[in-house]
Write a protein that binds this ligand. Structure first.
Ligand SMILES: Cc1ncc(COP(=O)(O)O)c(C=O)c1O
Length: 384
């Protein structure tokens, strides 16, 4: 085993792919501190800048005083507080679905839900760029997986035409806003295909929740497709500035999952402090649309500046991937930006395809335009 570990580390180092953890001593207001140095943080998913909001902190404090720190059990034992049910009701309303079920993380939701609903003899058609947690859920389910080219409904339909008839149940899986490319799924077309081929549609709204739609519910809401998308999954851990995840679906589906979903059943439920913060965050997202409006305006501003300078950028959202290509070059750019005061990390394979290593600028409400303008200027000065 030791030899295997040494060989792995050696190879990863050689390929410029060895990842190392670095502890931050502070992270707030769009800034992060490492070794007494404060940098502008372009790597967090705190898109709306809610993680340090006084109302979330107050809600957490109150819940800790009332219920203690832990929920002390799984939901089916003593870990089911009134707060959990309140959050599920509120989430269902927010997402305009009959019911919702809360999970401990987006990873646990995706891994658990798909395996609880689908199994051998079923088929799942998934976008090539879906998140690892979705892929792991599909693999665990035992259903036959077909991957379609990213956002390519023609390719998806050709696969459905050829394969759908050979299987029992069928699921189409996508993210609504892709985390590494910052682009949006063609949801209306996917709904048409799922209806035509008798499938269900699973949409992961992790990066769209809080940012898009009239109430900030996400891209399913923005496209008015709530009644058409069977399974709307999302997280509280990104735009909502907190932690945990949910699935919004029909009441029967939620009841089925409460009884069968292993990642829901066999884990201590989220602590009251987190649930209370999630409740406060849902209120804030509705009440403060200016956060998402400013975020998207700023994202457009930086995108335009980078494009004007000839950088290759992808997508159309608050996530701005700047494609570099080679792993080592991406690492060098990231290092040079860190030296100039920006915390921007290189994203490399296997997270993204080979040859598409990139810098991923994750914008938040806490980044003023001046920082974005300075970032653009500084980027031009770097010579690799
Ligand atoms: C699309 C997508 N789904 C799910 C997850 C997992 O969510 P969590 O961080 O809450 O486990 C992530 C987070 O990285 C994600 O990007």
């Amino acid at each position: 085993m030791e030899r295997l570990i040494d060989d792995f580390i050696g190879k990863r180092k050689e390929d410029g792919l060895l990842r190392e953890l670095k502890p931050a001593s502070m992270r707030s207001g769009g800034k992060i501190e490492f070794s007494k140095r404060v940098l502008a943080d372009f790597s967090s998913n705190d898109y709306l800048g809610l993680s340090g909001h006084p109302l979330l902190i107050e809600a957490s404090k109150n819940a800790a005083e009332k219920f203690g720190i832990s929920s002390c059990g799984s939901r089916l034992l003593s870990g089911n507080l009134s707060l959990h049910e309140e959050l599920e009701e509120k989430t269902a309303k927010f997402k305009n679905k009959e019911a919702a079920i809360v999970f401990n993380s987006g990873y646990q939701a995706n891994v658990g839900i798909i395996g609880a609903l689908y199994s051998q003899g079923d088929c799942i058609f998934a976008d090539r760029l879906i998140h690892a947690s979705l892929l792991d859920g599909i693999i665990l389910s035992g259903a036959k997986l077909f991957r379609f080219l990213h956002n390519d409904c023609n390719h998806l339909e050709s696969l459905l035409k050829k394969e759908r008839g050979k299987f029992k149940n069928c699921l189409i899986v996508t993210e609504s806003l892709f985390s590494m490319d910052g682009d949006k799924a063609p949801l209306t077309k996917l709904v048409a295909l799922k209806n035509k081929y008798a499938a269900w549609l699973y949409v992961d709204e992790a990066h769209a929740t809080g940012i898009y739609g009239s109430d900030g519910a996400g891209l399913v809401q923005a496209n008015r497709l709530e009644s058409e998308v069977d399974l709307i999954m999302g997280t509280f851990s990104k735009g909502l500035g907190s932690f945990g995840a949910y699935l919004a679906a029909s009441k029967r589906t939620v009841t089925y999952l409460v009884n069968t979903c292993r990642s829901f059943i066999y884990s201590t439920s989220l602590p009251p402090t987190v649930i209370a913060a999630n409740l406060a965050s849902l209120d804030l997202v509705k009440k403060e649309p200016q956060r998402r409006i400013k975020l998207l305006e700023n994202a457009q501003y930086l995108r335009q500046k980078l494009a004007d300078k000839g950088w290759k950028i992808k997508g159309e959202s608050q996530i701005i991937p700047l494609i570099i290509g080679e792993n080592q070059q991406a690492v060098s750019y990231s290092q040079a930006l860190q030296n100039r005061g920006y915390w921007v990390l290189p994203i490399r394979p296997p997270t993204v395809p080979k040859g598409q290593a990139r810098l991923r600028f994750s914008l938040t409400y806490d980044h003023p335009k001046e920082i974005l303008s300075k970032l653009n200027d500084d980027l031009q000065k770097i010579k690799i």
